[in-house]
Design a protein around this ligand. Structure first.
Ligand code: GTB
Length: 213
């Protein structure tokens, strides 16, 4: 059955891979599943056809036969559960890898999103110069804790898993801020993720969309 995901017709990042379709593309590339992409404009996202698949009018979505999914975490988990390559076979290790997926989107990503919103949406507010360092420090706390757990390991739980895929995807959003570089172990972890052939293919696919005239 054909897998179809949705992505920005014109991503605001101009093809830097920061929109959340990249993590879905990456998961599909890791497990070797071909997919098609439905490109949507900001306007089309809010129209009934897309809202029928995504109640919040966003990307990414995932459609396969009668199954329609939204939320990048749920989509990546679905892909990882249906296809070999992103979750360990051992039940306990599998549960830990899924735990890291939740940690990525529920513990690490929220303060990173706060920073993005603060800088790009609330940047002209008079209180912003006081708020930014507070958010940056909250992020540093989480990065310090994550770096301590990762230690010298290549990945969070032994072999690369969907937990790493989500964590690297979330951390990538920090790169423009310079905060990631304060934690060389995490910067190297993200670089390892980006060096994976599946990530390179996913990145190239979304960049090709942005490069269209
Ligand atoms: N929790 C949902 C998920 O994980 O799937 C969040 C989905 C979401 O935020 N989607 C965004 C969207 O559709 C795109 S990814 N926004 C349009 C809207 O809400 O109207 C977020 C994103 C957007 C742009 C950049 N960028 O340009 O760097 C990075 C990330």
């Amino acid at each position: 059955m054909t897998i179809t995901i949705s992505a920005f017709e014109r991503s605001p990042d101009g093809g830097k891979g920061l929109a959340r379709d990249t993590r879905v593309r990456w998961a599909l590339e890791e497990v070797g599943q071909p997919y098609e992409v439905r490109l949507v404009s900001f306007q089309a996202m809010k129209e009934p056809a897309h809202l029928a698949v995504h109640p919040f009018g966003q990307i990414p979505t995932y459609e396969e036969g009668a199954l329609a999914l939204f939320e990048s975490g749920a989509i990546v988990l679905h892909i990882a559960e249906r296809h070999a390559g992103l979750l360990p076979a051992d039940a306990d290790a599998r549960a830990r890898a899924i735990g890291w997926m939740f940690a990525a989107i529920n513990t690490i990503e929220p303060p990173i999103l706060e920073l993005v919103v603060a800088r790009f949406i609330e940047g002209n507010k008079p209180w912003m110069q006081e708020r930014l360092p507070l958010i940056a420090d909250r992020i540093r706390t989480r990065l310090r804790q994550l770096a301590a757990r990762l230690g010298d390991g290549a990945w969070l739980e032994g072999a690369f898993s969907a937990g790493d895929l989500m964590m690297v995807s979330v951390l990538l959003r920090l790169r423009p801020s310079g905060l990631l570089d304060e934690f060389p172990g995490l910067a190297a972890y993200v670089a390892r993720g980006e060096a994976r052939p599946a990530y390179r293919r996913a990145y190239a696919a979304q960049a090709a969309v942005a490069a269209r005239p």
